[in-house]
Design a binder for this molecule. Structure first.
Ligand code: 2AM
Length: 187
């Protein structure tokens, strides 16, 4: 199974992203847009994993979120991988309690490392993928007007283990396990 760990997004945030998508589309940006139901905030891509690992993965994700309070974020700004100028992946960035999100990602990665999943060599760059392109595209012209675009505020209170099936029509994601961020918010 091809697995990854991600935070599901609230419906209103996905709708905000659809409004942004429609603006970019009407400005003429052509890309393979991520279907609304597939949008999520990835913390860790695991790759191919045997199903016998599922119970320990579930335990590890639960241990990583235990006593962590929910994380408040906004989606903000547009970027591209590897760059907006040579864009293959068009994404929206995150602002707000991003340091807490990165700390949670580090904690999760550390626990998964003990299960044999290596840490990424690249730094974790939290983002929400909006679209992908087959060929690198200079997206600066389309995205410049939306540089300061900001969504409504969302609270991340769950991580989920997803299975990804690659089909000719696109990736299909299935949620296998959920764990809730259980920490108390201290004023
Ligand atoms: P992306 O949205 O930035 O492309 C399922 O493929 C999820 O895992 C996607 O959200 C994808 O991030 C993420 N991911 C991270 N590293 C990946 C990799 N090496 N291959 C495929 N997906 C990866």
């Amino acid at each position: 199974m091809r697995l990854f760990v991600a935070a599901p997004l609230p419906g209103f945030l996905i709708e905000d992203l659809q409004v942004l998508r429609r603006s970019l589309q009407s400005a003429g940006l052509k890309a393979r847009w991520v279907p609304p139901g597939n949008m999520h905030l990835t913390l860790k891509f695991l790759g191919e994993v045997g199903s016998q690992q599922l119970p320990s993965l579930g335990d590890t994700i639960r241990a990583a979120v235990t006593s962590i309070p929910p994380i408040t974020l906004v989606a903000k700004g547009i970027g591209g991988f590897p760059s907006l100028r040579h864009c293959r992946v068009l994404w929206v960035g995150l602002d707000g309690e991003t340091q807490r999100l990165i700390a949670l990602q580090q904690r999760l990665s550390g626990k998964l490392q003990s299960l044999g999943f290596p840490r990424e060599r690249r730094a974790y760059h939290p983002h929400l993928t909006l679209a992908r392109t087959r060929l690198p595209l200079d997206a600066r012209h389309w995205t410049a007007p939306f540089a300061d675009w900001t969504s409504q505020t969302m609270t991340i209170d769950q991580l989920a283990l997803f299975a990804s099936t690659l089909k000719p029509t696109g990736a299909e994601y299935r949620c296998l396990h959920r764990a809730t961020l259980t920490g108390q918010i201290h004023p």
